[in-house]
Design a protein around this ligand. Structure first.
Ligand SMILES: NC(=O)c1ccc[n+]([C@@H]2O[C@H](COP(=O)([O-])OP(=O)(O)OC[C@H]3O[C@@H](n4cnc5c(N)ncnc54)[C@H](O)[C@@H]3O)[C@@H](O)[C@H]2O)c1
Length: 273
């Protein structure tokens, strides 16, 4: 389905991004696998290659202002072009509004809104300008699209996630704007809003795992009690798997979505309906 197409997936060392990178590769795309953590990023590439797919690891932080240009250039130097960009990298740093620090607010806005903006801006020469040139030449135009990852926390708000909700709703506005600005060049831009998907991000907080954000060590996961209660409000009665989540991303990038743009697809097992 994606033969002769090149896809970049950020935050693809684990979870939803890793599942999406593998799914794109299984369906023929050459995939640039990015993650902050180099080891899992390389491991996903090894797995894709072992299954007969084509992939290259480009570790690095999407919040580093110089990184988006480096990532785009590496993709195009390696595979010659760029068809699909998936802005998936992310983390949460939860807290109640009245206790939230500026650093906590900004870090989450940086990863979920500023990084996708910079990534799309860095992709402009290889997506917008390339499509414009093809259109003006009157020849065939490559399929090109962007999929941004949002969340039900963005669409509906969520207690303890004022920063994440703002970032994930921000990316919906960004998605619609790109759809309007780049639609004339045949470039589609959609978002996928996930509900509860079983990944490191939603594992039990009680496990005690942390990530480092700036100068802070931030706890990973959600409290066990919330994990146990969450399926009660999901019509399908269970969290989704990373592979089911990846299905939403790949669907929107596929030819089956050729006339869908500016849309936010809820992949939630029905929660929030
Ligand atoms: N799991 C859920 O229930 C859920 C729900 C809604 C939205 N989401 C979103 O889905 C996306 C993927 O999350 P996941 O659940 O797979 O979590 P995850 O923690 O399993 O994977 C996220 C990946 O992003 C990487 N990452 C973090 N900061 C980065 C940076 N600065 N640069 C590059 N990579 C970075 C991490 O190293 C990690 O491998 C995120 O945007 C998240 O907000 C997840």
């Amino acid at each position: 389905m994606f033969q002769n197409q090149v896809a970049i997936v950020t935050g693809a060392g684990r979870g939803i991004g890793a599942a999406a990178a593998k799914l794109f590769a299984r369906h023929g795309a050459s995939v640039i696998v990015n993650d902050l953590d180099a080891a899992p990023c390389e491991a996903v590439v090894v797995e894709i290659r072992a299954a007969g797919g084509v992939a290259t690891a480009v570790p690095g932080s999407v919040t580093d202002p110089d990184f988006p240009d480096h990532l785009m250039k590496t993709a195009v130097d390696t595979y010659g072009k760029l068809n699909i960009l998936v802005n998936n990298a992310g983390f949460t740093w939860d807290g109640m509004l009245h206790k939230m620090s500026d650093e906590q607010w900004q870090a989450v806005l940086d990863i979920h809104a500023t990084a996708p903006f910079r990534m799309i801006r860095a992709a402009a020469p290889y997506m917008r300008e390339a499509a414009k040139a093809e259109k003006e030449a009157g020849g065939p135009v490559e399929p090109r699209c962007i999929v941004n990852v949002s969340s039900t926390s963005g669409l509906h708000g969520n207690i303890g996630q004022i920063n994440y909700a703002a970032g994930k709703m921000g990316v919906v506005g960004l998605t619609k704007t790109v759809a309007k600005e780049w639609g004339a060049f045949g470039i589609r831009c959609n978002a996928v809003a996930f509900g509860f998907i079983e990944t490191r991000m939603t594992q039990a907080k009680e496990k005690g795992e942390t990530i480092v954000v700036g100068s802070q060590e931030v706890a990973i996961g959600i409290p066990n009690q919330m994990r146990q209660m969450a399926p009660m409000v999901i019509p399908l009665g269970r969290p989704g798997t990373p592979e089911e989540a990846a299905g939403g991303i790949v669907l929107l990038a596929s030819p089956f979505a050729a006339y869908i743009t500016g849309h936010t697809l809820e992949v939630t097992g029905g929660s929030g309906i």
